[in-house]
Ligand binder design. Structure first.
Ligand code: ATP
Ligand code: MG
Length: 454
């Protein structure tokens, strides 16, 4: 109803001709030109001065229409990658499946993409219908058709301040609807990662997933298994680092989409014991992202998978292994079970291992042991992780408090702390300290670690 009404006001026909965009002027779309980066304007105007078409496209237009300052700007043009490269001093052609040009101005990176043709029908595919390479160029309306969602298929020309809308994206933005372009099943088959993108955008933007966009997902989710693990990892990282990770995971669960999308999600969302821990970890990550601070993927994945590690660690100990080797075996199992679908880069996996394997070492507070641990290059991350375990109620607060005092203490205080820890009857350490106000402290601390990590 509302959509029809808006379409009527905007003069959008219900039966749109997908080759002809609706063109909206500044007064109609209301984009504030101040939200545009000067480098985005530099790229579009350079291309236009050279006789090419050039627009800001995709997520940036969506964010501009929502009144949000885009975090990055993608540019679409009819110039080929080689033609683009010639126009800028620092420009690099990258990508295989999808060739694009990176244009750099200092630290600022802009992605410039040549309009893609409707191609998928002829593009090379795997046996499940997933498009393997897609570098056929084509007219702008075909480029719009190949984009994923209506709200991601709009083009903004900074020179004229016009928005070109090919698929009713403006109406969907106003209606807070996430709608895939074209036939949903076909689009998920071409690229199953779009199913993860649905969830990310719905949660991040707090949009409703339009029913025919949502319906095929539970059935088609297993197709994600055939996507190269590195790509799934990239998309998963975007989801987790969107500043709305917790909302994304809750949304996945609410939509019943967490089954079979990724083993990681099954693990995280199916275990009520781990949920408190994961919730705290994600809350802290989201706050950090929103505050514009860096986030360490190692810390994040270590948190998400911790309870699976604990479960296996307990099992190995019950089978007679001593604690530290048991933990290593558990870590190996968990990392192995994930990497089939999620290519955890080696550096990230090694950060995860470091964080996990430090945990039993925090229990040892005699002699030189705590001093040695303090010198561990990943100490800060391991310590933040420990605080998270305390805050979630997994272990006693006392241990975290002791380590905070030790970490912050001067040499005398440290000596004292080691002496008291050693003097305390072992039973005293086991007693559960009252759970009080750990959240903020842990949240802030967990975030700290991430800076030192990056
Ligand atoms: P964000 O703000 O998170 O970067 P975004 O929409 O810009 O969101 P990107 O991954 O940067 O997301 O992609 C840029 C644009 O490229 C999208 O807006 C969309 O038009 C198009 N796109 C990206 N991935 C796909 C895909 N898998 N299938 C079709 N179109 C895609
Ligand atoms: Mg983007």
């Amino acid at each position: 109803m509302i959509k029809k009404f808006i379409r009527k006001i905007l003069g959008v026909k219900d039966q749109r001709d997908p080759t002809e965009p609706v063109v909206l002027g500044a007064a109609e779309h209301g984009i504030d030109p101040k939200l545009l980066s000067s480098n985005a304007i530099r790229v579009t105007s350079t291309l236009q001065d050279a006789g090419f078409k050039a627009f800001v496209v995709g997520g940036a237009v969506r964010d501009l229409l929502l009144g949000v300052k885009p975090k990055d700007f993608d540019i679409a043009t009819n110039a080929t990658p080689e033609e683009v490269k010639k126009l800028f001093r620092r420009a690099f052609i990258i990508g295989r499946r999808f060739q694009i040009v990176h244009v750099m101005f200092g630290q600022d990176l802009l992605e410039v993409t040549t309009f893609r043709g409707a191609g998928p029908a002829n593009a090379p595919k795997d046996e499940h219908g997933r498009v393997l390479r897609d570098n056929t160029f084509g007219p702008q309306h075909e480029d719009a058709m190949r984009r994923d969602f209506t709200i991601n298929a709009m083009y903004y020309n900074p020179a004229t301040q016009e928005v070109l809308d090919y698929h009713g994206g403006i109406a969907d933005i106003r209606d807070k609807t996430l709608r895939i372009i074209g036939q949903p099943e076909a689009r998920y088959r071409e690229d199953p990662v779009r199913m993860l993108r649905v969830v990310r955008f719905a949660a991040k933007l707090q949009f409703t997933i339009e029913p025919s966009t949502r319906e095929p997902i539970p059935v088609m989710a297993p197709l994600i298994d055939n996507v190269p693990a590195a790509r799934v990892f990239d998309e998963m990282l975007k989801l987790l680092m969107s500043g709305h990770a917790l909302a994304c995971l809750q949304q996945l669960r609410k939509e019943g989409l967490h089954h079979g999308l990724l083993p990681l999600l099954d693990v995280v969302l199916e275990q009520p014991i781990g949920m408190k821990f994961v919730t705290l970890a994600l809350e802290s990550t989201d706050n950090r992202v929103k505050a514009g601070k860096g986030v360490s993927p190692g810390f994040l994945f270590a948190s998400l998978l911790w309870h699976q590690v604990v479960e296996k660690w307990t099992a190995y100990r019950a089978a007679g292994e001593s604690p530290i080797p048991a933990l290593h075996l558990a870590a190996d199992d968990v990392l192995e079970s994930q990497t089939e679908q999620l290519a955890l880069q080696r550096r990230i996996a090694s950060d995860m291992r470091d964080i996990w394997s430090m945990q039993p070492r925090f229990e040892r507070r005699n002699g030189k042991t705590p001093y040695k641990l303090l010198e561990h290059p990943r100490f800060r991350a391991g310590y933040d992780f420990l605080l998270l375990r305390c805050a979630s109620g997994e272990i006693e607060m006392e241990l975290g408090e002791w380590w905070t005092a030790f970490y912050e203490g001067d040499p005398n205080e440290r000596e004292q702390l080691v002496a008291t820890a050693n003097a305390a009857p072992s039973g005293a350490k086991r007693k559960r300290a009252p759970r009080r106000a750990p959240r903020n402290k842990t949240g802030a601390a967990a975030s700290e670690s991430t800076t030192s990590e990056e």
